[in-house]
Write a protein of this length. Structure first.
Length: 361
């Protein structure tokens, strides 16, 4: 096992060194007004002129940041879909704009959510540690490593124009090596899970390339990709789609591979006389039950994330064949189907590897 994993770890390290965005991405220049924190002291409602607006008028606020901190000013509530609804005492964000020769104007932008978000994240960490104890703490450390690799390597490297699919595979491999060993410790079972995950990721990436090529997908299935192409012409939209498939599959893959490796280990410990074939058959039956529920989870997760899009499709009045074969829908189908196939492949691959190294010789 070490003879395979050590070269793969070295290749991952070399890939990180070669693809690392040393210069950093070029930031997009935006002409955004200054944002100030404020507290609402009074609300002055007015009739709305736009049907989709939920609240109109203005608010009196006390600024709590910026050069005018402590001053009381009036801020308008913008009309239109998605406009914020505020009440007295709410902590909000206002945009500050200065007209030449005129007074400073303020408009309500959003609510402040820092404290509430910190409480929610703290609760998540507390529950994880309370149940998992030291392993829960290690899992949180692994989560931090995943975010660090994503923010420091994957996203900046894609932004400077490096190949997105290659970056995703290298970044995902780095995450797997770091997170699985950090969370589950150095053991044969963990090594099997790492190798099974890497093999399944490679299969997923290869299938994603074949599927996007056969279906003539350009990567412009979403408005976000089109906007990126305007500001960052060096980013490959199709490669970005492929990278998204690989990274999106990663989180579920390690769940399956770790479970299968642990299952084989527990079966071998309970019955040391079981051979590799018997271990494989027994663990695969458990894996099938796991996959049956996980497949539904993946599809529903994609559907849940795409609910606004699905509603627009239903209201569009187009035929089912037209809708299902349009690129923005096919993108989501490919993500779901390719990710699921990679997930299914992870079960026999990981189970076979675990049975080989665990069975008595």
């Amino acid at each position: 096992m070490a003879a395979i994993l050590i070269p793969l770890a070295l290749l991952t390290a070399i890939g990180l060194a070669v693809l690392w965005p040393y210069s950093g991405p070029q930031l997009i220049a935006t002409d955004q007004p200054p944002r100030r924190e404020a507290t609402v002291t009074a609300v002055h409602p007015e009739p709305c002129t736009q049907r989709a607006s939920r609240q109109c008028g203005s608010v009196t606020v006390r600024l709590t940041s910026g050069p005018q901190s402590g001053q009381t000013v009036t801020a308008t509530i913008p009309e239109g879909p998605g406009s914020p609804v505020v009440s007295t005492g709410d902590k909000i964000i206002v945009a500050e704009s200065q007209t030449p020769g005129g007074p400073t104007q303020y408009a309500v932008l959003d609510h402040q959510r820092g404290l509430q978000l910190a409480v929610l994240v703290g609760l998540f960490a507390l529950v994880t540690i309370a149940f998992g104890r030291w392993q829960g703490l290690a899992a949180l450390a692994g989560l931090a490593v995943s975010f660090a690799i994503l923010l420091a390597f994957i996203l900046p490297a894609i932004a400077v124009g490096k190949p997105p699919l290659l970056i995703a595979i290298v970044g995902a491999s780095a995450i797997m090596f770091a997170v699985l060993y950090l969370t589950h410790g150095f053991s044969v079972q963990t090594s099997v899970a790492v190798l099974g995950t890497l093999v399944s990721l490679a299969l997923t990436g290869g299938l994603a390339v074949a599927a996007t090529s056969a279906l003539h997908l350009t990567g412009f299935g979403s408005e976000d990709t089109g906007l990126l192409a305007v500001f960052l012409g060096q980013v490959d939209p199709r490669g970005l789609l492929l990278a998204g498939i690989v990274i999106g599959t990663l989180g579920v893959l390690d769940d399956v591979t770790v479970t299968q490796a642990a299952t084989v280990g527990e079966l071998a410990e309970a019955n040391p006389a079981m051979g590799a074939r018997a271990l494989y058959r027994s663990a695969t039956r458990i894996g099938r039950a796991h996959i049956a529920s996980t497949v539904n989870t993946i599809v529903l997760a994609y559907a849940g994330a795409s609910l606004p899009l699905l509603l627009l499709v239903i209201l569009g009045g187009q035929s089912a064949s037209t809708v299902l074969t349009s690129e923005f829908i096919v993108d989501e189908i490919v993500r779901s189907v390719v990710g699921t196939i990679g997930l299914i492949a992870a079960v026999p691959v990981t189970t076979w590897l675990a049975a080989l190294v665990t069975a008595p010789r």
